[in-house]
Design a protein around this ligand. Sequence first.
Ligand SMILES: [Zn+2]
Length: 265
Amino acid sequence: MSRRRFVLSLAPALVAPAWVARAWAATLPRASAVPGGVARVGLGASEQPPRVRLGSDRVLVMREADEWIAFVGIALAAKPGSTLRVEAEQAGGRLERFEIAVAPKAYASQHLKRYERERVHLSEVLRTFTDSPPATLAMLQPAPGERSSSFGLRRYFNGRARSPHTGMDFAAPAGTPVIAANAGHVIDTGDYFFPGRTVVLDHGQGFLSLYAHLEAIEVSVAQAVSAGSVIGKVGATGRITGPHLHFSVYLNAVAVDPALFLQDQ
Ligand SMILES: [Zn+2]
């Protein structure tokens, strides 16, 4: 034992000793067939590496000891309990198929579960239809500031394409008061994964407005609000990089362009 330590201490500082390299190869990446994980598939000891595909995408194949191993990345969006099919083509043209059972992952599924639960909740909220019609369809600009990115623009989150932008953003400093764009009732408030602190107003007959990324919410569910009354403060809550107000307008449960309801600037 003491002899081993002595030998290691003499290893050149800039070169990792052989046992470190072996430890890396044997343990990384940690195989974990979960959403966002990596599955290892053993492919045998053929001379040439098999070509491996997941759907139409090529999969990384590396030699480990005397066997080829495919390292299959599993999409974060993969459903726990689902099966991924991997196809390996050996040098001679022989095809082999492998199945990877996607297991649940505690942190990932908590994350995804939260997001899924909120998505279902918000889509129910946005389906609200009350009988009394709005007095007007014209809306007040809910916060001062430049109207930034436009409705329908496709955005990215962690490098992945997300659904198109469902509203209009107002560049206003954190703490700026946010007003109700039209008279109505508060039908939902919450602190959600993507939109952060959010207020949804019902203006009648499925005409709704949504205010997201708020620093503070100053109304509560069922409260009546008049057009122009303060409902919260601009903030940077949710998955965004800087403070702004996100404003969405809904008719029959679909997001429509808020610009159609606002005075031209
Ligand atoms: Zn937005």
